[in-house]
Design a protein around this ligand. Structure first.
Ligand code: HSE
Length: 422
């Protein structure tokens, strides 16, 4: 990302100078391995290995933190704010975990912290929630905020390949990291959801409070059955407000195949927001990549530079409300979350199996909306697909614990939550 920011600073130097009325100067770059690069105007005297000294330098106005991870990023940001700098960062993992401390520090020192690059890469979703949508009350946020997962699910869906093959293809094309855990297990999306929740609903939460499931259990068969039922499967980051409690969850989700979000393919991201007065809006674009993300960093730098030049007090309301009004979010327990479900059982094709499953579901208050049972063929077990009506997650968990004990049903029934009223 840092390379993209330097490229934009060089390429658009004239444009930025016109926009600001004066030039933006790249004062220094802290990087352990960076070498001088004449094409980018990175001379040896711009490079330092000593990031701690750099952020304390009195001649620097804006510190841009693009290290990622918790440390030294956290200490550097806190030091920069304490020594009079405004800060720009794209570090969602850090802000999700330590946002309370960092936003408090920015407010205390009356300095700005820009973090547009932390969610949705180049999509201006932070500013949209904080400013453009400030006049409305948000009801729900649905995000495809992990390009790696979206790309893998798109490949699985288009080519009917297994998860592992789709992951390998994403790694080969550079979309997925060599160690993809953070992405495919849903953690990166959970970090981003923490920030979306804070901006949309004004409450702070940490990734541990977000129910998080990744996409590794999704099979091409589930994608096919979902399609037969009229759905697509997406990894969604979902937040809703319900009577003061916040639902915050990341998991594979079935959504209507003709919904706008279902059409978001490949490595693209999209955030779909339902506002009380505005209704639904969607923000779509590239959620990762050096140049798209660099545009978000530059937007923050330019906004801060404008404020500084105008002599305006630095924006101390990074979250769109005074920090003393920001509370810990009250997160609804997952057991209380109400969804419709897709269920897939591998069952012996014997009389009474369907009845046994249906009876357990019924006893646990779960009503079945539709059933598909596949032909027996040469297989010993056949897939039984069910779609349920709405039920609290606690009921589903209890029913599945009984169904797992049925001898004629395979040990690991699959279930995927359905978002019907998006
Ligand atoms: N690895 C992320 C993604 C981008 O695949 O969307 C950075 O958060």
């Amino acid at each position: 990302m840092g390379g993209g920011v330097v490229k934009l600073l060089r390429r658009n130097a004239g444009v930025y100078a016109r926009k600001l009325g004066r030039p933006l100067e790249l004062a220094a770059i802290a990087d352990r391995s960076l070498q001088p690069d004449r094409a980018l105007g990175i001379t040896a005297n711009l490079i330092t290995r000593d990031s701690a000294t750099l952020v304390g330098r009195p001649d620097i106005d804006i510190v841009v933190e693009l290290f990622g991870g918790h440390q030294p990023a956290r200490s550097l940001i806190l030091k920069a704010l304490a020594t009079g700098k405004d800060v720009v960062t794209g570090n969602k993992a850090l802000l999700a975990e330590y946002g309370g401390e960092i936003f408090q520090a920015a407010a205390r020192h009356a300095h700005a912290i820009g973090f547009e690059a932390s969610v949705g890469g180049g999509i201006p979703i932070i500013r949209t929630l904080r400013q453009a949508l400030a006049g409305d009350r948000q009801r729900a946020v649905y995000g495809i905020v992990n390009g790696t997962c979206n790309s893998i699910l798109t490949t699985m869906s288009e080519r009917a390949v297994e998860f592992k093959a789709a992951l390998a293809a994403a790694q080969k094309s550079g979309i997925a990291e060599p160690d993809p855990t953070l992405d495919i297990e849903g953690h990166d999306a959970a970090h981003k959801l923490c920030l979306l929740v804070t901006l949309a609903f004004g409450g702070l939460l940490t990734p541990r409070q977000v129910h998080t499931e990744g996409i590794t259990r999704i099979t091409p068969d589930d994608i096919t059955y979902a399609r037969q039922l009229g759905y697509s499967i997406k990894l969604l980051a979902i937040a809703k407000e319900d009577g003061g409690a916040i639902e915050a969850r990341v998991h594979p989700t079935m959504i209507a195949a003709d919904h706008l979000l279902a059409g978001v393919g490949g490595a693209f991201n999209a955030i779909y927001i339902h506002g009380e007065a505005l209704g639904s809006t969607m923000y779509w674009g590239l959620g990762a990549g050096q140049m798209p993300t660099a545009t978000a960093v530059m937007a923050d730098i330019l906004e801060i530079a404008r404020d500084r030049i105008a002599g305006a007090p630095a924006r101390s309301q990074a979250l769109g409300l005074p920090m003393e009004h920001v509370r810990r979010a009250h997160v609804k327990p997952m057991d209380d979350v109400v969804c419709e479900y897709y269920l897939r059982f591998m069952a012996r094709d014997r009389p009474g199996v369907l009845g046994a499953i249906a009876s357990i579901l019924g006893r646990n208050g779960i009503s079945i909306a539709s059933v598909i049972q596949k032909d027996r063929g040469a297989e010993k077990t056949v897939p039984v697909i069910m779609r349920t009506h709405e039920t609290p997650e606690r009921n589903l968990k209890r029913a599945l614990s009984y169904i797992r004990r049925l001898k004629m049903v395979g040990a690991n029934p699959a279930f995927i939550r359905i978002e019907e009223n998006l």
